[in-house]
Design a protein around this ligand. Structure first.
Ligand code: AP5
Length: 245
């Protein structure tokens, strides 16, 4: 057992219902990596607006064609497009016990749309008590973010996330799980990262304030090994739910 896995305590009580969880944080902070761990531990789906958009680009849909240029330049896709995507995804039956929103909402307009939308699509405990949205904000220093972004590689098939510095595959450029050729995202350049950080600081930082004011919110230090970050998030979720959130 590595020190990372020793620090991680995935065994969760069967009756623990995570409900709707928001993962917030700057580009490259580890939202996708943590969503994959939480999905496995809680058996609830990850809803990543970035992944849905990239899937549309790969399939050549009209939505994908409209989004590609904006994404490559590090700019946000218009609110109406992503709100509709999330609204459609939240009608799927697998969100019944909860879900992890990764990369959404990232403008105040999206947050307000989501708050209003959730009043009609609630996750409930067995007795009928509604579980409100809880928000986890992952924090990492900007210099480390750039290193994470430029070192990231992704499997196009199973979507597993690697990093050439901190989590390399066993064989260079090849996915450990299905042997696919790993890919480098087209917006994982230093220039696009600078633009993504500008969008984050001007448009997404107010979203963090919005959820902080609602009280069902925790900051988590993302500058530690992956499994320790997962343990910190899971402990924050339990605290929030025990506190009545
Ligand atoms: P999106 O795909 O959401 O990108 P992002 O928010 O910029 O976040 P990333 O996916 O880059 O990073 P992450 O936090 O998930 O980090 P990861 O776990 O991969 O959005 C892309 C674009 O789509 C946007 O720019 C926009 O154009 C559009 N878009 C998406 N949603 C939108 C919305 N709601 N509204 C409008 N437009 C939207 O980790 C990064 C790397 O670090 C990996 O290599 C990983 O292995 C490594 N790593 C992770 N954790 C650790 C750790 N603890 N220690 C060391 N390395 C680590």
């Amino acid at each position: 057992m590595t020190s990372e896995s020793a620090a991680h305590t995935p065994a969760l009580a069967d009756d623990f219902l995570p409900g709707p969880v928001l993962l917030l944080g700057a580009p490259g902070v580890g939202k996708g990596t943590q969503a994959q761990s939480l999905m496995a531990d809680y058996r609830i789906p990850q809803i990543s607006t970035g992944d849905i958009l990239r899937d549309n680009i790969a399939r050549g849909t009209e939505l994908g064609k409209a989004a590609k240029g904006l994404m490559d330049q590090g700019q946000l896709v218009p609110d109406e497009i992503v709100n509709d995507m999330v609204g459609a995804r939240l009608t799927q039956p697998d969100v019944e016990h909860g879900y992890i929103l990764d990369g959404y909402p990232r403008t105040l307009g999206q947050a307000e749309w989501l708050d209003a939308h959730l009043s009609s699509t609630a996750v409930e405990r067995p007795g009928g008590e509604v579980l409100p949205l809880v928000a986890i904000n992952i924090r990492v220093d900007e210099q480390e973010l750039l290193r994470r972004i430029t070192g990231r590689r992704i499997c196009p098939v199973c979507k597993h996330i690697y990093n050439i510095y901190s989590k390399p595959p066993k064989r260079e450029g090849v996915c450990d799980f299905d042997g696919s050729q790993l890919q480098h995202r087209s917006d994982d350049t230093e220039a696009a990262f600078t633009e993504r950080m500008k969008a984050y600081n001007s448009l997404t930082a107010p979203v963090i304030e919005h959820y902080c004011r609602q009280g069902r919110f925790r900051d988590v230090d993302g500058d530690q090994p992956v499994e320790q970050v997962t343990a910190a998030i899971e402990s924050a979720l339990k605290e929030l739910r025990q506190a009545g959130a």
